[in-house]
Write a protein that binds this ligand. Sequence first.
Ligand SMILES: [Fe+2]
Length: 223
Amino acid sequence: MLGEKSAVAVGSVAAGAFDQVERRVRRLCQRFAANLPFHGWHHVHFVRTKAGAFARANGSDPAVVETAALVHDLNYIVKRNSDAAEGREIRMRILAAAGVAEPVAEWIDDIVVEAEISTRHRDISKEAQALSDADTLFKALPVTPVMLAHRYLSENGITLGQLANKIVGEQRGKHDEGFYFYSPQAKAMYSHWASANLELWQCVVEALDDPSVGELLDAVNAQ
Ligand SMILES: [Fe+2]
């Protein structure tokens, strides 16, 4: 069972190995920066920092969670608009090269897949909860739709309608069922941001039903 793994059972990530993973991922993000306007180092660094704080608060292993955060979006380097699982090969290669023991690397890969927003559920492991809360917080930040959503469209080659439907489809149920965030602190601090964000994207879905809005966007895109 994924949730039964722990640092006591399989070990953790030593400081030297962590630094190696960080260096390798940062270098990759810089090399492929043109392909990662949304999921580049700025995103990875934010998620890693917040995931570490959530891990310290929920009693999971911060080194394991922060390492998972560093490697959680490598799939976007491998393939545009892909799932976390598509990053497994490069993830395992980087972890091995950095000196992370194989059982710990497998655990980290499990955490990344467990925390994926499209499939996560109420009972994921504490480590996956910390990673999920950090990644979900990035999505719910009020600055994200304003400053970064258009970057998501260009990075992944999708339309505004596809993104709006994806966000509402993946996030609305989790929000309404009470596990949009797992951490009580995150729930208290950020739930109103999450609600406003989902409301905004629901409004985008509705607006795109109006043919005049479609014409407006076509005209903007043709400029
Ligand atoms: Fe992410």
